[in-house]
Design a protein. Structure first.
Length: 252
């Protein structure tokens, strides 16, 4: 049986599974689905149609299923806004905002004050760190570690097992807004098990290869080959990642 605070508002059309807990001041909107064992913290908002898988933990002051407020001519206007879906045992921490049309895989963690925009995908068991942003239509794979204050730009692709250090910044528009309306932007691609150090800048369209290593503070202006270790501004080849450093030797 669900345990709903008298100070919460749950729309009669919402579906609440066994053992659901809804804290004081929380709002659960029309047609929302909360699976067994879901917990919604005080003051959080679950908008209409949001689907929360079993065992999800939504901490205090979270907003789920927010619809974007866009400027006229925004390239995000074309994003289809389906219902937000969170897989089983996802944790969304205090103050985070996860938009309508996003999908978050099982066991993922969305950190305090993080933002996951519409149309984006965050894979199973990935972590989006405090204050980080996964922008619209970006794709983040499984078991990805995104540290504090990272910006994953719209249309970016971050494959499985990638590490993005604190303050990594991706960009996707060489013209800085002076391109034809509707033109798709050119976001970076970070391939499987690549490691990108703190404060790195990835300019539009660059690809960081599988198992590559980008040292902290580098500015990546051209593609990084698989297993390359690069550093500096602009980033230049330093050496290759050795066999003993590959993820297969460090997966726990």
């Amino acid at each position: 049986m669900a345990e709903v605070s008298p100070a919460a508002h749950v729309d009669p059309s919402a579906e609440l599974g066994e053992g659901v807990a809804v804290g004081p001041g929380a709002v659960v909107g029309v047609g929302a689905v909360l699976g067994d064992g879901v917990s919604v913290g005080a003051g959080s908002v679950v908008h209409a149609g949001v689907v929360l898988g079993p065992g999800c933990l939504v901490e205090e002051l979270v907003v789920l299923g927010k619809r974007p407020r866009l400027r006229r001519g925004s390239s995000a206007a074309a994003v289809e806004l389906a219902a937000l879906e969170l897989g089983a045992e996802v944790t969304v921490c205090c103050g985070a905002v996860v938009y309508a049309g996003a999908v978050v895989g099982a066991g993922a963690i969305i950190g305090d004050q993080a933002q996951v925009r519409e149309g984006s995908r965050v894979g199973a068991h990935s972590v989006v760190g405090r204050g980080s942003c996964v922008d619209f239509n970006a794709v983040v794979g499984e078991r990805v570690s995104i540290q504090t204050g990272v910006y994953v730009t719209s249309w970016a692709l971050v494959e499985d097992d990638v590490f993005l250090g604190p303050g990594v910044l991706m960009t996707n528009d060489d013209t800085m807004g002076r391109h034809p309306r509707g033109e798709r932007l050119d976001a970076p691609v970070v391939r499987r098990a690549a490691r990108v150090g703190g404060g790195v800048v990835l300019v539009p369209g660059v690809e960081v290869g599988e198992e590559a290593f980008v040292a902290a503070g580098a500015v990546v202006t051209r593609d990084v080959a698989p297993r390359a270790v690069v550093l500096g501004t602009p980033a230049r080849l330093h050496r290759l990642v050795q066999d003993a450093e590959l993820l297969e030797h460090w997966r726990h």
